[in-house]
Design a protein around this ligand. Structure first.
Ligand code: F6P
Length: 319
């Protein structure tokens, strides 16, 4: 394989730049040319290609976002769009593609493998919802961002003796809420994977208040319900002075943590090796400290479970 391409797609995640950098460095060492595809699959359809070398990735490891930009592309969901994408790669003499993103990005990549392009996925999403990998690029940074926000919210919650409902991202998953809730000491964590009873949540808040706790944070994953609706209910059922904060897209930005930079560097560099070894379709994964390649079919047929023991621990710690 003489020439490979790399793109980032879907929601950006801190550490994507570190992954792009690792792809370019590893390919350069292996004397393989690298083409960057701007604006994800949308750019692929327009052959929005840029030649990359070591200078293209100088000084980017510490930046959030993605120098290749990202996009969500409806046209690439169609068979015609996927044919066009494969044709554009072939025309440019590109034999292998590395796609950095979430499960939607993997599915886009898999569509190209059915059209003769070798594709390796690198898990990049703050949601950590890709099966077969313990961690995705950007998750650690996002969790740290949420914990930082919780620390600040707790200061003002204590000063005013208020309850806060804080909504975090995660799409249909509760990984960000669970890990940030554990690290930030949330009084309650509401995630889509585990049913909850709002009366029990309110009862626990009241019990904490009776024993003298003057602040509380209910962390809600966006996949559960609107934090505003929950805030209204909590106010009505407890009578507590309640405020709502939706953290939103600030969870996607910022400098990647050291953990995410290292994870991204390992996954990106190994993705190049996997392509050069002749793998035609796989997602990179990080399991028990090891970097591996897992067939897309296995990724798509698996689910990413919530660690219930951590949820149970969070409940004990929330008292
Ligand atoms: O997948 C990352 C993510 O930030 C999700 O947590 C969130 O639901 C979604 O993307 C938001 O997407 P957009 O930036 O398109 O609004």
């Amino acid at each position: 394989m003489q020439k490979i391409a790399v793109l980032t797609s879907g929601g950006d995640a801190p550490g994507m730049n570190a992954a792009i950098r690792a792809v370019v460095h590893q390919a350069t060492v292996r004397e393989v040319k690298v083409v960057g595809i701007k604006h994800g699959f949308d750019g692929l359809l327009r052959s929005d290609f840029v030649k990359m070398d070591l200078s293209s990735v100088d000084g980017i490891i510490q930046h959030g976002g993605t120098i290749l930009r990202s996009a969500r592309c409806d046209r690439f969901l169609t068979p015609e769009g996927q044919d066009q994408g494969a044709a554009n790669l072939e025309e440019a003499g590109i034999g292998g593609l590395i796609v950095i993103g979430g499960e939607g990005t993997y599915r886009g990549g898999a569509a190209l493998t059915n059209r003769g392009i070798s594709v390796v996925g690198v898990p990049g999403t703050i949601d950590n919802d890709i099966p077969c990998t313990d961690a995705t690029i950007g998750f650690d940074t996002a969790v740290n961002t949420v914990v930082d926000a919780m620390n600040k919210i707790r200061d003002t919650a204590t000063a005013h003796e208020r309850a806060f409902v804080v909504e975090v991202m995660g799409r249909a998953s509760g990984h960000i809420a669970l890990m940030a809730g554990l690290a930030g000491g949330a009084e309650s964590i509401l995630i889509p994977e585990i049913p909850f009873n709002l009366n029990d949540v309110c009862r626990r808040l009241k019990w904490s208040a009776e024993r003298g706790k003057v602040h509380s944070i209910i962390l809600v994953a966006e996949g559960v319900a609107s934090a505003y609706a929950i805030g209204e209910e909590v106010k009505e059922r407890t009578g507590f002075d309640t405020r709502v904060t939706v953290l939103g897209h600030l969870q996607r930005g910022g400098a990647p943590s050291a953990y995410d930079r290292i994870l991204a560097s390992r996954l990106g560099a190994q993705a190049v090796e996997v392509l050069l070894q002749g793998e035609s379709q796989a997602g990179m994964s990080f399991v028990a400290g090891e970097i591996k390649a897992v067939p897309f079919s296995q990724v798509f047929s698996s689910t990413k479970e919530i660690d219930r023991s951590l949820y149970n621990l969070a409940t004990v710690l929330a008292m």
